[in-house]
Design a protein around this ligand. Structure first.
Ligand SMILES: [Ca+2]
Ligand SMILES: [Ca+2]
Length: 202
């Protein structure tokens, strides 16, 4: 309920972010100032968020992926990212702990948010990831993972699932812990995103 024009971060949010991210108070306040400069309303719309991705990936089509990432971080489901949601997103995609990242990955792949992942949800996210990979890099992919369908089949087989089966969060996380190949196949090089975000803010 703080006065958005004061430019100060509420103590509550500050404490929560200090608990849930690796950032210090000083860093968080600095981030908040640059956040307000970019988003004077204190909220990022889905279109703005997609715009950020579009700037980072000028040679790709990141819109679909960005919209899924946006959904997964809009935890109160109000159609915008506030500073807290944004910082959690930034922390998670860059330096979050492995188990936090896997929980986040689950919510990314659970497109309809019903608590399980089916094969068509995997295909939807993998298709969005493919739009981020430039054509030259796609040529270098292994044959059994060089289209969204093939990669989805491979992931689904790794999980030991049949066509109509579903994955629970526990199965999803355990499956990835047991097989690092799955981790490689389900993600889009978050490291690169992190570096680009850093370049932008500093
Ligand atoms: Ca929100
Ligand atoms: Ca689902």
């Amino acid at each position: 309920m703080g006065n958005s024009k004061s430019g100060a971060l509420s103590k509550e949010i500050l404490e929560e972010l200090k608990l849930n991210t690796k950032y210090t108070q000083e860093e968080l306040c600095t981030w908040y100032q640059s956040f307000l400069k970019e988003c004077p309303t204190g909220r990022i719309s889905k279109e703005q968020f997609e715009g950020i991705y579009a700037r980072f990936f000028p040679d790709a089509n990141p819109k679909a992926y960005a919209s899924h990432v946006f959904r997964s971080f809009d935890t109160n489901n109000d159609g915008t990212l506030d500073f807290k949601e944004y910082m959690i997103a930034l922390h998670m995609t860059s330096s979050g702990k492995a188990d936090q990242k896997l929980e986040w990955a689950f919510s990314l792949y659970d497109v309809d948010g019903n608590g399980t992942i089916n094969k068509s949800e995997v295909l939807e996210i993998v298709t969005a990831i493919f739009k981020m990979i430039n054509v030259e890099d796609q040529k270098n992919l292994q044959e059994d993972e060089n289209t969204p369908e093939r990669r989805t089949n491979k992931i689904w087989d790794f999980f030991g699932k049949k066509e109509k089966d579903k994955l629970t969060e526990g199965e999803f996380i355990q499956g990835i812990m047991n097989n690092k190949e799955i981790l490689r196949l389900i993600q889009f090089e978050p490291q690169k995103v992190k570096e680009k975000l850093k370049e932008k803010k500093h």
